[in-house]
Design a binder for this molecule. Structure first.
Ligand code: NAD
Ligand code: GLY
Length: 364
């Protein structure tokens, strides 16, 4: 399977996304992105034993010296303390402003490494090598980088675009099923907000995706990245359209913060949050009952939750949802659907309607 190369068109900050198999073993991509002698590689204690040696061998084979930084694994470590471990590694090895920093891992490693690169000596080049489905279809593309705060998810961060995204589909072979399913939540999102034919394609191929058919996974990653690249190219800093990529996220982030980071996976929280947004869209008369059932059936087929966690009460959500980057003048704005395939950012729902949608998907 030849790699597919997409482009994120951002003028001088444009970059390619390589999608394919065996990319960690071939050095075709390397030259323009690692021009000097040294490169830092940030990973975590789960991914490093699986893939860091291979990547290091490839880089060393090309005459590069690799500076490894291995972080603890987990959303609960997406914080200042862990970020500092990256700076300790970079400074401890005298990395320069031009030393590329490579992120090898899922969205947590990618978001933290990107933020470290944005800050290190006021901005160092970085490369995303995403190894989860979620990171390959979403987090590695678009330059959003962040850490969490106990009061809110991804609340501290920066926009800092990578120079290259290298999505090796073979890394998904070792991904646990639960993580694969979590990634599918973000894939389904693109169908719901802007790509109805893709939604139908996902309905037709969900079983094959769950069975890890490589050509289907390649197609899902390609179509997701195409959608994301188009949105990011039009609205890099989320002045408008990019907010649509947050379907289900305001509810989902409340679940992640409310349960404690890492208890529910990001994709799982997004799936339950998507159903809350879909219920709310139905309440507003924008979706039919058949639309609601269609979304619920697809998320269920993907093995994702369609209700919030039993341990959270509906009343817990709204205070947490106020720590959201879409809040303007104290007003909550949510991504809703005016028909399947058509996302909108809306402040039309009242707090009572929002609460009713949360209640419809909560046990208490
Ligand atoms: P993650 O990074 O925690 O990875 C999930 C788990 O899989 C981890 O335990 C990880 O060590 C392990 N893992 C990674 N690759 C593996 C592999 N190939 N084989 C075996 N295990 C592997 O989680 P995620 O779902 O990749 O990312 C979620 C994070 O991404 C959240 O923090 C979320 O906020 C963020 N995110 C960011 C953006 C963005 O635009 N920047 C978009 C969506 C999500
Ligand atoms: N995942 C949301 C965004 O990149 O904007």
């Amino acid at each position: 399977m030849n790699p597919t190369v997409l482009n994120v068109a951002l003028g001088q900050r444009s970059y390619p996304i390589w999608i394919g198999c065996g990319l960690l073993d071939q050095s075709d991509w390397l030259d323009p992105y690692v021009p000097g002698r040294r490169v830092a590689a940030v990973s975590n204690e789960t991914v490093a034993p699986l893939y860091l040696a291979r990547l290091t061998a490839l880089l060393e084979g090309a005459g590069k010296k690799v500076i490894p930084v291995v972080l603890p694994d987990g959303e609960q470590f997406k914080n200042w303390e862990t970020l500092n471990q990256i700076f300790d590694g970079l400074l401890g090895h005298n990395c320069e402003r031009s030393t590329p920093i490579l992120a090898l891992g899922g969205g947590v490693v990618g978001d933290m490494t990107g933020f470290a690169a944005a800050c290190y000596q006021r901005g160092a080049p970085f490369i995303q090598v995403p190894t989860t489905l979620l990171a390959q279809v979403d987090s590695s593309v678009g330059g959003k980088t962040a850490i969490n705060h106990p009061l809110g998810k991804n609340m501290i961060g920066a926009f800092h675009q990578p120079k290259l995204v290298l999505a090796d589909l073979d890394t998904l072979d070792t991904l646990p099923d639960q993580e694969l399913r979590a990634g599918l939540a973000e894939v389904i999102k693109y169908g719901l907000i802007r790509d109805l034919p893709f939604l139908a394609w996902l309905e037709a191929h969900m079983a094959g995706l769950l069975a890890r058919d490589k050509s289907l996974l390649a197609e899902a990653v390609r179509r997701s990245c195409e959608n994301k690249a188009e949105v990011v190219a039009r609205d890099e800093r989320e002045g408008g359209e990019r907010a649509l990529l947050n379907l289900g996220h305001t509810f989902g982030h409340a679940i992640e913060a409310g349960m404690g980071y890492g208890v529910w996976l990001h994709g799982e929280a997004v799936a339950a949050g998507t159903m809350m947004a879909v219920d709310l869209s139905y309440q507003l008369g924008w979706l039919s009952q058949a639309d609601v059932a269609r979304v619920e059936a697809l998320l269920t087929q993907a093995g994702l939750p369609v209700r919030g966690p039993a341990a959270m009460t509906a009343d817990q959500y709204l205070p947490l949802m106020r720590h959201d980057k879409k809040v303007q003048d104290g007003h909550l704005r949510l991504v809703l659907l005016q028909g399947l395939g058509h996302g909108v950012v809306s402040d039309q729902a009242t707090p009572e309607q929002i609460l009713a949608a949360i209640r419809s998907r909560s046990d208490h």
